[in-house]
Design a protein around this ligand. Structure first.
Ligand SMILES: Cc1cc2nc3c(=O)[nH]c(=O)nc-3n(C[C@H](O)[C@H](O)[C@H](O)COP(=O)(O)O)c2cc1C
Length: 220
C-alpha cells in the first residue's frame, strides 16, 4: 500500500506521511456499561498491582474513547470539557509485548477523529517508561500505559499563561474518565505524576508538549 496523508487535527505534526500498516482502526465503543456511575466512583482506587492477562482491542478502544474520544454530533467535541474546545492533549499509549490481543508492542498516538491508533515507535517500552517514572517498576507490569502529553501552545495561543492552567485541568478530567471507564469494564487503572519529563519525551519520541500524567491500565 502507498502512503497516506493523514490529518491529525492540531497534533504535533499538521500533516505527516504514515504507512498504512501503522494505522490501526479501533472497534466502535459501546454506550452501555454493566455498572452505574455511582458504583464506578465508589470502586475507583489507584491500582499498583496488575494481572498478567492481556487486554483486548474492544477494552482498549473503550478506554481511549472515554479518555478523549469524539462524543459530539458535530464529530468534533470530545468526552471531556476543554477550554475553548482547543483540546491541548495528545494521548499516547505504550503497549507491551502480547499485552493487547491483536496489537503489536509499541508506542501509539490516539487519533480521536478517526478513532484509530498511529504507531510512532516499535518495541515494548514499558520498562524504560517505569524507570523514567523514578523506577516505579510496577508500571511495567500493566499491559498498557497511557501517557497524557499537554501541548500548552494550543491553549496559550488563545488564553495566554492561563492556557497552562486549563491544560492541567483537562488532564484531570481525562484521568477521571479513564479511572471510571476501567472500573466499568472490570479493569483497573493507576495514576503517576512522579517522572522525568525529558526521559519520557525521549522514550515516546515526543517532539512537542510535556508529559502530565502516566496511567497504567490492566486487569486487577
Ligand atoms: C497528580 C497525581 C500524581 C500521583 N503520582 C503518583 C505516583 O507517582 N506514584 C503512585 O504510586 N501514585 C501516585 N498518585 C496516586 C495517589 O497516591 C493516590 O491517588 C492517593 O493515594 C489516593 O488514593 P486513591 O487514588 O486510591 O483514592 C498520584 C495521584 C495524582 C492525582
Amino acid at each position: 500500500m502507498g502512503k497516506y496523508l493523514v490529518f491529525l487535527g492540531a497534533l504535533v505534526l499538521l500533516t505527516t506521511s504514515i504507512k498504512a500498516q501503522d494505522i490501526i482502526s479501533l472497534p466502535s465503543p459501546s454506550f452501555k456499561g454493566k455498572i452505574s456511575v455511582e458504583e464506578a466512583i465508589k470502586a475507583r482506587r489507584t491500582n499498583r498491582d496488575f494481572g498478567t492477562s492481556p487486554l483486548n482491542l474492544n477494552q482498549l478502544s473503550q478506554i481511549l474513547w472515554a479518555a478523549y474520544g469524539i462524543t459530539g454530533k458535530d464529530g468534533f467535541k470530545k468526552s471531556v470539557p476543554s477550554a475553548g474546545a482547543l483540546y491541548p492533549m495528545d494521548i499516547i499509549i505504550v503497549v507491551g509485548k502480547k499485552a493487547v490481543i491483536g496489537l503489536k508492542e509499541g508506542v501509539y498516538l490516539y487519533n480521536s477523529s478517526s478513532h484509530a491508533l498511529i504507531r510512532i515507535k516499535n518495541g515494548d517500552k514499558r520498562k524504560d517508561l517505569a524507570k523514567a517514572c523514578l523506577y516505579q517498576m510496577w508500571i511495567a507490569e500493566a499491559p498498557v500505559v497511557i501517557v497524557m502529553i499537554g501541548v500548552y501552545e494550543r491553549c496559550t495561543k488563545k488564553y495566554g499563561k492561563r492556557g497552562v492552567r486549563y491544560t492541567h485541568i483537562e488532564a484531570g478530567h481525562i484521568g477521571q474518565n479513564i479511572f471510571l471507564q476501567t472500573e466499568a469494564l472490570g479493569l483497573k487503572a493507576g495514576i503517576v505524576g512522579a517522572f522525568s519529563d525529558e526521559e519520557i519525551k525521549k522514550i515516546l519520541n515526543v517532539k512537542q508538549g510535556i508529559p502530565l500524567l502516566v496511567m497504567p491500565i490492566g486487569h486487577p
